[in-house]
Ligand binder design. Structure first.
Ligand code: MF3
Ligand code: CO
Length: 289
């Protein structure tokens, strides 16, 4: 199975291996020899796959834009679920959460002390002062995209607004560490240090993930990781950055009845923004927001 230098590259570019992924593969092998966690080939997206993932990402953004324009006090989270379904279908795509490991709805909507995986319901109405995360994921022609945004409903306390802002800013702090031949832990630690310095905590158990050909691919992307640790970042890798930031303790609880909804253990608010990034030859491209 070993590719010769003059063979056609595995990525479908049509170029000779030596003119294409050969040097990247050699560099990965070198890191592997030194004991680093490195991506397997299926985690390195080809141009063709990136093309498909970008199209999916555009739809994901459009769906969240629609939510942004219509969300407000008095809306039930089930209405948001319907919007997401309708807008996704309108683009000939499918909402990824629906039936994912038994998830019953099209989108996750998480309010205040709900950290993530809030299940839309006609009984839950957004009210003045709420902070809410809407997490949208799309499948288009087999390609996956994922992002989430926070919304402040009406008059939100300064305390909660700051949490929402710091959660967003942490993505930019993390992005500064996103580059080929760095480690995911460089990004994880930058986010954690920043969040802690601002008096908040980062959820440990749930994090980001590789994405593209599947909803949740390797690697798990932690934001309590350490500089120089975790998987090597390589051009063509695609993953989410989605730290969950708690105002109080990092501890979480999972709803025993539905098995999905994640709450802060101390009942204090939590905020999260999620983007999807692609590692390029020189840095990164943000695919979703
Ligand atoms: N969209 C979430 C993420 O960011 C995953 C939710 S899984 C679901 O990874 F089943 F709840 F949709
Ligand atoms: Co995600």
């Amino acid at each position: 199975m070993k590719l010769g230098r003059n063979d056609i590259c595995w990525c479908g570019s049509g170029k000779k291996y030596k003119k294409c992924h050969c040097h990247i593969d050699d560099r990965i092998k070198e890191f592997h020899r030194k004991g680093a966690a490195v991506p397997t080939r299926n985690l390195i997206k080809t141009e063709n796959q990136i093309h498909g993932i970008r199209k999916s990402a555009k739809i994901n953004i459009a769906v969240l834009d629609y939510v942004s324009e219509n969300i407000g006090a008095g809306i039930t989270t089930d209405e948001i679920d319907h919007w997401v379904y309708e807008q996704t279908i309108l683009h000939n795509a499918v909402p990824a959460p629906l039936n994912y490991e038994g998830f019953p709805k099209n989108v996750c909507v998480s309010i205040n002390d709900v950290v993530c995986h809030g299940i839309p319901s006609s009984d839950i109405q957004l009210k003045n002062g709420d902070i809410v995360n809407v997490d949208v994921s799309t499948i288009y022609q087999g390609y996956y995209s994922d992002s989430s945004r926070m919304f402040c409903i009406g008059e939100v306390s300064e305390e909660k607004k700051r949490l929402v802002d710091i959660a967003k800013e942490s993505l930019y702090i993390g992005l500064q560490e996103v580059k080929p031949w760095g480690f995911l832990g460089d990004m994880g630690q930058a986010i954690n240090d920043f969040v802690k310095a601002n008096g908040y905590s980062v959820v440990r158990e749930i994090g980001g993930h590789g994405i593209g050909l599947d909803f949740h691919e390797e690697p798990f992307v932690s934001y309590v990781s350490k500089h120089g640790k975790e998987m090597l970042m390589v051009p063509g890798m695609c993953f989410t950055i989605e730290p969950m930031i708690n105002m109080g303790s990092a501890d979480i609880l999972i709803d025993e009845e539905n098995g999905w909804t994640v709450y802060t253990a101390d009942g204090k608010p939590s905020a999260q923004w999620e983007i999807q990034v692609l590692i390029t030859d020189t840095g990164y491209e943000v695919l979703t927001w």
